[in-house]
Design a binder for this molecule. Structure first.
Ligand code: KG4
Ligand code: ZN
Length: 338
């Protein structure tokens, strides 16, 4: 349990997938959050782990320097270095973890390991303050989870995807439509000019609070194969409507489970987190549903939805208050459960 407010400057590193990010926070206030994306994966239709790891190595020093400069903080003023331990790509995580250890060792300050999924949730505390307990629907490229957040560092997963994550559902179906990686943001953009009612894709029947998205990808694939056989220009002619229909199906699946979670727990303080919470239709319908049901709703700012080190910094800060430090022989975890 966290009681006191302690003055601390935290440097945070995030390198779990294909974004290299560094942030600086002072007493829970974010002073800088720098993110370097990696365009190298676009042509391959997905993140190539080896390329991601090499790009992190190139980016990490300039990104950390830029964050410290933007924050107006000198290296010797840093009180602790927080880093993403996992889950993520091993080669990517290794770069951030090794950098954090070396930097902290040179400064003789402690290191703080952070679970990336916990950090997505605690991103809410950068600008806001949901009260405990609250429910969080965390939707990213690698995860889809319904989490009961009991306290800063005490969380229970109530349900999660049995196969693909919601972000993967966006990216993989976007790829079938010929869109470059990551397709989620583009699908969001094109869907704005489409009619979601022109096509229909079935929702999976999954028990309790778990999710499944692999069937959607398969039904979109079979549908497109059949239509393109009849009309080779089918996708180009219907791109916007297809994007709108696929997006609507994903949002329907997510919000139905969220309603079920509220009914089951009786907790009606509800939050969205993770990269897919940048989706404008999910945000719009989440707010509408919340209003209709009388929930108190929270969505992070856009910059704190997708991967960023600010969320690692804020989580690091709460761990710092608990003196929850890691030892120098800590290793990254590709799988790291909440
Ligand atoms: O949290 P995040 O940045 O990285 C992971 O931890 O996975 O999430 C990335 C995912 C990708 O699948 C991306 O397509 C999706 O978030 N995403 C979106 C949007 N912005 C990002 N999906 C739909 N609509 C968006 N606007
Ligand atoms: Zn993420």
């Amino acid at each position: 349990m966290i009681f006191a407010t302690v003055s601390a400057v935290i440097l945070a590193i995030e390198s779990s997938c294909d974004d290299t990010s560094a942030a600086v926070c002072k007493d829970a206030k974010i002073l800088a959050n720098v993110v370097a994306g990696q365009q190298v994966h676009e042509q391959w239709g997905g993140v190539v782990p080896e390329l991601a790891s090499r790009a992190h190595q190139q980016n990490i020093v300039p990104v950390v320097n830029a964050a410290l400069k933007k924050a107006g903080i000198a290296a010797h003023e840093v009180n602790a270095v927080a880093f993403t331990r996992g889950p993520g790509l091993m080669g990517s995580l290794l770069v951030g973890v090794s950098f954090a250890k070396a930097f902290a060792s040179a400064l003789q300050v402690p290191i703080i390991e952070v679970n990336h999924m916990q950090a997505h949730i605690l991103a809410h505390f950068i600008d806001n303050r949901p009260s405990f307990p609250f429910l969080c629907l965390t939707v990213s490229g690698g995860h889809t989870q319904l989490v009961l957040v009991k306290n800063f560092l005490e969380m229970e997963v109530l349900g999660e995807t049995l196969d693909d994550a919601a972000g993967e559902a966006f990216d993989k179906t976007a790829k079938l439509l010929g869109l470059p990686y990551p397709g989620g943001p583009l699908m969001d953009k094109y869907a704005k000019d489409g009619n979601p009612e022109n096509f229909f894709f079935p929702e999976p029947q999954v028990a309790e609070l778990d999710f499944s998205f692999s069937g959607l990808k398969t039904s979109v694939l079979y549908f497109l194969q059949a239509e393109v056989k009849k009309n080779p220009a089918f996708i180009q002619e219907n791109l916007y409507d297809l994007c709108a229909a696929i997006q609507k199906t994903i949002v329907d699946i997510l919000l139905k489970k969220l309603q079920k979670a509220v009914a089951k727990t009786g907790v009606n303080e509800v939050a969205l987190a993770g990269g897919v919470s940048a989706n404008s239709e999910l945000r719009r319908r989440f707010e509408l549903l919340g209003k209709d049901k009388g929930w108190k709703t929270y969505i992070p700012k856009f910059e704190y939805c997708t991967d960023n080190a600010a969320m690692i910094a804020i989580t690091g800060y709460y761990k710092y208050l608990n003196s929850d430090f890691a030892s120098q022989d800590i290793e990254p975890l590709a799988r790291y459960y909440l």
